[in-house]
Design a binder for this molecule. Structure first.
Ligand SMILES: NC(=O)c1ccc[n+]([C@@H]2O[C@H](COP(=O)([O-])OP(=O)(O)OC[C@H]3O[C@@H](n4cnc5c(N)ncnc54)[C@H](O)[C@@H]3O)[C@@H](O)[C@H]2O)c1
Ligand SMILES: NC(=O)c1ccc[n+]([C@@H]2O[C@H](COP(=O)([O-])OP(=O)(O)OC[C@H]3O[C@@H](n4cnc5c(N)ncnc54)[C@H](O)[C@@H]3O)[C@@H](O)[C@H]2O)c1
Lengths: 202, 202
């Protein structure tokens, strides 16, 4: 089993490799990857060796081969359907966001409980009523959700998503969700990254 | 000098400790902290030992003392002023976000180049014209920015922010910014966290 701390690094490896591909780079090596990621070359080699023998000493790695291998490892060779709950400012931004394409995800449904928003068209989506959330998300077999409701609603909505069969939640709301241990939760918290930067400011 | 990989962990330590304080916990130890963070107790002790002797073996750490120490280390004992550029859906969400308070940041100015938005009130802010960005951000001595403009505008706006004296940028736009090495850049990329979770899904 790969330690979670290694798994957490792999999406960044994939992201950097996809940038390199856009830059028409065909091969790379652990030093170049390490420089771009701010990780030591030794760490890169150690991480990648957990998944197989990818590069011979001195010849480096094939960018395409690493991308394909990481997409398989991270389970993103297809597009996971995402349900977005909360069609306010953040929900609107996510409904329009082009950054999901080609990286393994597509927003598939958007929900809100505000009658002024239900039935409204946002990008390619018609906002659904959260009264129908469990039935519709179950029927569509969606397992991944993005939670963009107010903090006061987040726990209750997360519990409904779990009843609907969702097992992975990315929450933007500034509260800690209390969910069964088999449900994965990640948080978007810009403060963590801001504080990482202020450490280095005067 | 503390390795950056350790610095990157400290905001999460502070966040977890602040949750514990909200839960009325007065002391903690490396095992409890480690469980909450998904990090080994040994790693926690090693990280904290870089900053001083905080806990005696067996007595654990004072939650308040660790919070105050981490706030000093991360340089967030005051509130850093933030400029938000791009007053669309994401910019609106950030202008209203209550999650900055008590964690060392406050949004101070919001800019856009769309005449329909300039002069508009969003929460506590009046949207300013990006034509005045460099002058106004300089005058207000703002060094931290959040970039919520379209990908096509992000590089140019980032360069203007640098001219305005900004040295730390948190960007939501899905492109890599090419800036001088002394400028810190972090990215909000939800895909990285989604891919971390899909690794564990069937
Ligand atoms: N992590 C970040 O970077 C970040 C930034 C800004 C805001 N936020 C947080 O993200 C969340 C959304 O922010 P926003 O600015 O889009 O807020 P918003 O008020 O614009 O939108 C919230 C939406 O959720 C809907 N809603 C409320 N209760 C609901 C329920 N029970 N079921 C379904 N929908 C419900 C509302 O009708 C509204 O449309 C908030 O918790 C906010 O604090 C996070
Ligand atoms: N990282 C994430 O989680 C995430 C999620 C959704 C969207 N995004 C990205 O964040 C960015 C903003 O998304 P959004 O949904 O708020 O978009 P939006 O179109 O609603 O808002 C963009 C705003 O930027 C303004 N703008 C354009 N050029 C500008 C310039 N040169 N100077 C100042 N303002 C300018 C526009 O007038 C508009 O108001 C986009 O790049 C989008 O792809 C990121």
């Amino acid at each position: 089993k790969i330690p979670d701390i290694v798994v957490a690094r792999l999406p960044r490896y994939l992201q950097v490799l996809q940038h390199m591909k856009q830059e028409k780079l065909v091969t790379t090596n652990s030093k170049v990857l390490g420089d771009r990621l701010g990780i030591s070359a030794a760490q890169i080699r150690k991480d990648l060796s957990q998944f197989g023998e990818f590069g011979k000493q001195g010849t480096g790695y094939s960018v395409d081969f690493l991308i394909n291998t990481l997409r398989v490892i991270l389970n993103v060779t297809d597009a996971w359907k995402i349900v977005v709950v909360g069609a306010g400012d953040l929900g609107h931004a996510l409904a329009h966001y082009q950054g999901f394409t080609n990286r393994g995800f597509q927003v598939s449904m958007v929900f809100d409980n505000d009658p002024r928003l239900i039935g409204k068209q946002i990008g390619a989506f018609t906002v659904q009523d959260t009264a129908d959330l469990i039935d519709k998300v179950r029927a569509a077999e969606i397992h991944v959700a993005m939670l963009t409701v107010p903090a006061s609603a987040a726990q209750k909505v997360a519990e409904e998503l779990v009843k609907a069969g969702v097992t992975a939640i990315l929450s933007y709301a500034p509260i800690v969700l209390n969910l069964p241990h088999n449900i994965q939760v990640q948080y978007i918290d810009p403060i963590l990254q801001l504080q990482h930067m202020t450490y280095y400011l005067e």
